[in-house]
Design a protein around this ligand. Structure first.
Ligand code: SF4
Length: 367
């Protein structure tokens, strides 16, 4: 099966990224308690100053601790979350200008090109409709000319492709008659039937049995190349992010307290991390720390995650970083690291000429 809407020649010539985020910020106001009603609301900077491109047929795995902003960044990338600062463009078109009626590409077209698979697919599948009817909806939108039998044929072929056999049996069922893994396959089918340019898989395998996770990731990657789409894969688990990015010949992006602190090819980033926080994630992932011989004491000064309402100034990781020095009171920018194409890191240690190397180590009192 192949995509029906190949990218236009005009878009190819522009040689622009499919999606481009420029200095994106997303702030949320925290819910106020009854006694705080007359106070200024607390603001969480869920995403703070992230710039990132998604290319055609790209695979990007976003990883980080709970609350680091990876899901918010993913949703902002596909136009589900409006940024409070910066821009997000799709094929050169500002997504939110399109939403406000100002643009060459209609917002509806952008939204249908950017799809999501949730952690809990059950919540997004209408419990009162059979799978056949759920999957017929996207075909009606993308191929309004298709008749009932053509729609059924396409749905059966896709259900068979994702391993739901016999397809006529599954097409006749309701969501509650499916297992978690089967629901996730239906969610994947529904996303693919929109002929998407990008699919955000938001912790899409986290709720599955461990034995099914690799199977589901392999299926997503097989279909990624067959359908000529890109994937943004959000996970709190570095070993899953590594598997997905390595097998999809893609990148891993590491988030920490709203910042993208390292991004690069999976083998480079896991084999030789440049950011001390990536090192922590590797240490915390048993099969990776065993490989690198790092099991033992955590490579950080403190376990506790700082309050996202009042994050540390300068490098946000400086209160936990074992390598922190006085120079880390400044904000490090994401910059090219080493020779590997696309490997960028936000850490002063990566620059041998930075004044970091002449500054004093930070003490606990100096935090
Ligand atoms: S900039 Fe400093 S505190 Fe931040 S990760 Fe690098 S060494 Fe650690």
């Amino acid at each position: 099966m192949s995509r029906a809407d190949e990218p236009s020649a005009e878009f190819d010539q522009r040689d622009e990224p499919l999606i481009s985020l420029e200095n994106v910020e997303v702030n949320f106001e925290k819910d106020q308690g009854l006694f705080d009603l007359f106070e200024e609301p607390d603001v969480v900077k869920a995403v703070d100053g992230v710039s990132l491109d998604i290319e055609e047929n790209d695979v990007l795995a976003l990883v980080g601790e709970s609350g680091c902003g990876k899901t918010t960044l993913g949703k902002t990338t596909i136009g589900l979350q409006r940024p409070t600062g910066g821009t997000v463009t799709y094929k050169g078109q500002d997504i939110w200008a399109a939403k406000d009626g100002d643009g060459e590409i209609p917002f509806d077209e952008i939204r249908s090109s950017l799809q999501i698979i949730h952690q809990d697919p059950g919540s997004s599948l209408n419990p009162n409709r059979r799978i056949l009817n759920i999957l017929a909806e996207p075909i009606k939108l993308t191929h309004p000319e298709a008749g009932t039998s053509e729609r059924r044929e396409r749905i059966h072929a896709l259900l068979e492709r994702v391993g739901m056999n016999p397809p006529s049996d599954f097409a006749d069922r309701y969501p509650h008659q499916l297992s978690g893994g089967e629901k996730q396959r239906v969610a994947l089918c529904r996303a693919l039937l929109m002929n998407p340019d990008v699919i955000l898989a938001d912790e899409a395998i986290s709720a599955l049995d461990v034995s099914l996770r690799v199977e589901m990731m392999d299926l997503m990657l097989d279909l990624q190349s067959e359908f000529d789409t890109s994937f943004v894969f959000v996970s709190h688990d570095l070993s899953n992010a590594r598997y997905f990015a390595e097998h999809g010949d893609g990148r891993i992006g590491v988030m920490y307290l709203g910042n993208l602190v390292e991004v690069g090819p999976a083998d480079q980033l896991i084999g030789d991390p440049s950011h001390p926080y990536t090192n922590v994630l590797r240490w915390a992932t048993p099969n990776l720390s065993r490989q690198s011989g790092e099991a033992g004491e955590p490579p950080m000064r403190r376990i506790d995650i700082p309050d996202p309402v009042n994050p540390p100034s300068g490098c946000r990781f400086h209160t936990r970083c074992p390598e922190a020095r006085e120079a880390c009171r400044e904000v490090p920018r994401l910059q090219q690291s080493g020779e590997a194409a696309g490997h960028r890191v936000a850490c002063f240690r990566d620059d041998p000429n930075h004044s970091y190397w002449d500054s004093d180590p930070l003490t606990e009192e100096g935090d």
